[in-house]
Design a protein around this ligand. Structure first.
Ligand code: DAH
Length: 366
């Protein structure tokens, strides 16, 4: 009897004092486990007379039920306080200020493209696109570079497997094929026939097998094309002078038009801008040096004819320049390859805010 009340006191005390679920389980094992105190009492029942066994057995069973009830109650109390503690510790203060958003920035090439588009946009040019994977005809033949022409060697071309119909394919080596794609467009031809004038720029990716400090296999160009019945070399000059002065933000920037050769223009000119070098640092503007920045010319009559227009009626000019190159010159970026390293520290340094939308009248500089 006294055994029973001692065991009861100890077992219930252990349950009551269990501070967490592990301690509670230890209390359960101590009382009801295989070697537990109550289980020990059960084992003594066999030694008793049937009379005693009935009475004592009932008491032991009642004790077992009592302990099980206490275990259950303690367990829910412990879980409730664990939940309360967690809720208290994980409380969110909704009045705290939000974390600042990480600010992204525009890549200098995207920025330069936007600036180019803004300047030409104000001169009435629209933005045209074409595919990066181009067929041989648009990339070369249409532009007066036939298959056996040595000018094909001027551009180190990535050749691709021919299309299913046998058409030879390349990664476009310049943005010039979009000249042909645009002139061939039925809507454009109708607009020209109605006396309109075509003015497009084509900013985009271009590809050549080249890789050193000033050449990457993928780079960017912007093409320009004007076609109508009267546009002449004077317009070409005026347009490019205005563009270069606006882009480089030098009002009296000197330009030099140097005779050159391109298969798709006649006459052709390369354009240099004035600059000077002081202590190894480049300054764009009047000086005693020249930097070549673009190729241009009057669209060759063969190109106009290849694109389904009558060269006796239509004429115009075209130009092409490297966007990466003019971005390097304008923003003082020394290594072309850094454009494509995807280094976030570089981008934070050279990148532009998305809100700095350039315009000819609003000022382009920062
Ligand atoms: N397509 C030439 C190149 O990638 C650049 C060029 C020169 C484009 C003269 C033109 C042009 O439209 O008239 O080297």
């Amino acid at each position: 009897m006294s055994d029973l009340s001692t065991i009861r006191r100890e077992a219930l005390g252990a349950v009551e004092q269990a501070a967490d679920l592990a301690a509670l389980d230890a209390a359960r094992v101590a009382a009801l486990g295989k070697k537990g105190s109550v289980t020990g009492l059960m084992k003594t029942l066999g030694d008793l007379s049937p009379e005693q066994r009935r009475e004592f057995g009932a008491q032991v069973n009642q004790l077992k039920a009592e302990i099980e009830g206490a275990l259950e109650a303690r367990k829910s109390a412990l879980s409730a306080s664990a939940l309360a503690a967690r809720l208290a510790s994980e409380k969110i203060d909704v009045t705290l200020p939000v974390r600042p958003e990480a600010q992204g920035s525009l890549h200098p090439i995207g920025q330069a493209m936007d600036e180019v588009a803004a300047i030409f946009g104000e001169m009435g040019f629209t933005w045209a696109d074409g595919p990066d994977i181009e067929d041989d005809w648009h990339n070369f033949s249409a532009l007066n570079i036939p298959p056996d022409h040595p000018a094909r060697q001027m551009q180190d071309t990535f050749y691709l497997p021919p299309r299913a119909d046998g058409t030879p394919m390349v990664l476009r080596t310049h943005t010039s094929p979009v000249q042909a794609r645009t002139m061939l467009d039925k809507g454009v031809q109708k607009m020209l026939a109605d006396g309109g004038s075509l003015r497009i720029i084509v900013p985009g990716r271009t590809f050549r097998i080249d890789n050193d400090a000033t050449h990457t296999p993928m780079f960017h160009q912007v093409e320009g094309l004007v076609i109508d019945r009267t546009t002449h070399m004077g317009h070409l000059k005026g347009c490019l002078v205005d563009f270069c002065r606006a882009f480089f933000e030098v009002d009296d920037l000197p330009l030099r038009f140097r005779p050159s050769y391109f298969p798709f223009t006649e006459p052709s000119a390369e354009v240099d801008i004035g600059c000077s070098w002081k202590d190894g640092e480049l300054r764009i503007g009047a000086g005693d040096s020249w930097l070549e920045i673009l190729g241009s010319g009057m669209v060759h009559p063969n190109v106009i004819a290849n694109c389904g227009l009558d060269p006796a009626i239509y004429q115009g000019f075209a130009f092409g320049m490297g966007i990466d190159r003019i971005a390097m010159l304008k923003y003082g970026i020394p290594d072309l390859r850094s454009f494509f390293d995807s280094d976030l520290r570089w981008l934070r340094h050279y990148g532009f805010s998305a809100l700095e939308w350039p315009s000819l009248t609003g000022g382009l500089g920062r």
